[in-house]
Design a protein around this ligand. Structure first.
Ligand code: PEP
Ligand code: MG
Length: 571
């Protein structure tokens, strides 16, 4: 039996989970590694062969087209790919693996291609080493073609499972949410990533940034300890018994609405603070209402938008958004338009945080943007709706977005479709440019949301999903405090409301700093909601204002943090 082993990482979502590892192969294809029952093997080989055949047909078509367009010289590039598909060392070995190890095709492809990649890497000949790219290409094509023929049972987790991978996309977690998924453990990533945010929303205990997980295989028994920040592989009987006997409060389960939740968000010195909820998928609105949340301060719509793996049509979007608004029972819902790009980093090695993201993507893909806006306007007859634009960095982008909003309203007028013409339009302040120019944007919008997750990553130049720099990510950094103070000071004379909706608002000490700096509206995930409500009720704004004055003069993040903790936890 394997020895018990402890792997250290960082806590991305609290709680404890016990289950069998199930590896994701590639973030792009979201394929899981499964053991097969003997009676599934034949079908799996057929599935693999079908993918080989489909890949071959696609390549032949491409080759013919290349020949037609650019002559026979360039079509030889495709020959190399076709040869890989004929290579017995490749195709037959994958089939053998499926048959002898009872594993799904994706897993077999991974094992065989990993061996071949290593062999390529050892080659001295540069030309041959370059051919590695052909193999990589084919592997991706095969996986892609396999995906459309996934056995339905592969999406079914028949036992308590812990998803393990180098990277796991939030959409994968989302897709498996109603299954027996009890935990998450990833080699990379940080608590600020969207995957971590999604894990917290789903109340799935998660550990991230643990490279040693690379050695964990599907089927290994694991414990995810989201208190200590470790994953225990092959736990001994004693360890297992100890964890099983533990309080199960931290486990995935129903959220308990505590007494503090339904009570008002008023500080000790009688200052009213608005506390709204962040949600990441539509079903969460029901929990938010059950929690007695006053409003939805941030609904990240991108996860639901791409829920089916393809773009939804306008009618289904209208139906979805109307359902959300009806479920909110009159509480205003702030729909943030799709913030695409952020989670796709590993697909091509580029960092999308500095690329085509959020509003930039929407302005380049106006058909997608307009469809979402039309749907939001049409759904707005079902309840108070607010539209929030993410990742705004220039006034030009904002102008362009406003122009599109106007066009959309015009289209709906032409179609004679009813909508609320006065939907408030807001902007996320989450780039340094927006922080510096929010006063200039104020006359163009109705409200602001402060996205500290991104603002801190851009201000401190720390990739929020990179575990190697996550320890430097610090809301108490003087640069952040000054920036927040500046945003507050710039916006105050404009009278435009601002809600802080980043994770800084979800941790009592940093949330207290926000209150001290003058912010009176916060929006946090449902998991953080009770603790922030309790913090609000326990503090005095007068005291926090004084604290803010002092920390704004301090130099070191550590000193600031100590001072804040001492004040907040003393009250
Ligand atoms: C933020 O950046 O703080 C934010 C709330 O948005 P997201 O985490 O989705 O980037
Ligand atoms: Mg953001």
């Amino acid at each position: 039996m394997a020895e018990e082993r402890i792997i250290h990482g960082v806590v991305a979502s609290v709680g404890t989970a016990i289950g069998k590892a199930i590896r994701t192969f590639d973030a792009l294809f979201v394929s899981l590694n499964f053991k097969l029952r003997p009676d599934q093997v034949r079908k799996e080989v057929e599935r693999f062969r079908a993918s080989v055949e489909k890949s071959r047909e696609q390549l032949k078509r491409m080759q013919a087209e290349l020949k037609r367009k650019s002559g026979p010289e360039s079509s030889f590039l495709i020959d190399a790919h076709l040869l890989v598909l004929q290579d017995r060392l490749f195709v037959d070995r994958i089939i053998e693996k499926i048959e002898s190890d009872y594993i799904n095709a994706e897993w077999a492809i991974q094992q065989v291609s990993d061996d071949l990649f290593q062999a390529y890497d050892r080659l001295n000949d540069e030309y041959l080493r370059e051919r590695r790219g052909d193999l990589d290409d084919i592997v991706r094509r095969l996986l892609h073609n396999l995906q459309s023929k996934a056995l339905p049972s592969f999406k079914k987790l028949s036992y308590d499972s812990i998803l393990v991978g180098k990277v796991v996309l939030p959409s994968t977690l989302f897709e498996l949410r109603s299954q027996r998924l009890v935990g998450l453990a990833t080699e990379t990533g940080s608590p600020l990533s969207h995957t971590a945010i999604m894990a917290r929303s789903l109340e799935i205990p998660a550990i991230m940034g643990a490279p040693e997980l690379a050695e964990v295989a599907s089927g290994d028994l694991l414990i995810v300890d989201g208190e200590r920040g470790v994953v225990i592989c092959s736990p001994s009987d004693e360890t297992l018994a100890a964890y099983k006997g533990r309080d199960r409060d931290g486990k995935k389960g129903k959220r308990k609405a505590s007494a503090a939740v339904s009570s008002p968000s008023i500080t000790e010195d009688q200052v009213q603070i608005s506390l709204a909820a962040n949600i990441n998928f539509s079903e969460e609105v029901l929990s938010a209402v059950a929690h007695g949340c006053e409003s939805i301060g941030l609904y990240r719509t991108e996860f639901d938008f791409f829920r089916e793996g393809k773009q939804p049509d306008e009618e289904s979007l209208v139906a979805d958004y109307s359902l959300v608004l009806k479920a909110a029972k009159g509480a205003p819902v702030t729909f943030r338009t799709i913030d695409v790009g952020i989670d796709q980093r590993t697909w091509d090695g580029m960092n999308p945080n500095l690329g085509v993201r959020g509003l930039r993507f929407c302005l380049e893909n106006t058909d997608v943007f307009k469809k979402q806006l039309r749907s939001l306007y049409r759904a707005s007859v079902s309840g108070p709706t607010r539209i929030l634009l993410p990742f705004v960095s220039t006034l030009d982008d904002l102008d362009a977005a406003r122009h599109i909003l106007e066009e959309v309203r015009g289209e709906l007028d032409l179609r004679r479709q009813p909508y609320d013409p006065n939907i408030p339009i807001g902007v996320m302040i989450e780039t340094p440019a927006a922080a510096q120019t929010c006063d200039l944007m104020a006359s163009l919008v109705d409200f602001f949301c402060l996205g500290t997750n991104d603002l801190i990553q851009y201000y401190l130049v720390i990739d929020r999903s990179d575990q190697s720099v996550v320890h430097l990510y610090n809301p108490f950094h003087p640069a952040i405090l000054r920036c927040l103070h500046q945003v507050y000071t710039l916006l105050r004379p404009t009278g435009k409301p601002i809600t802080v909706c980043g994770e800084m608002a979800a941790d009592p000490p940093s949330a207290a700093v926000l209150l001290g700096l003058g912010f009176t509206s916060l929006s946090v995930s449902l998991t953080a909601y009770p603790r922030i409500k309790r913090m609000i009720q326990a503090v005095s704004i007068g005291q926090l204002r004084e604290l803010a004055g002092q920390i704004l003069k301090m130099q070191k993040p550590k000193e600031v943090e100590q001072k804040v903790r001492a004040t907040v936890y003393r009250t």
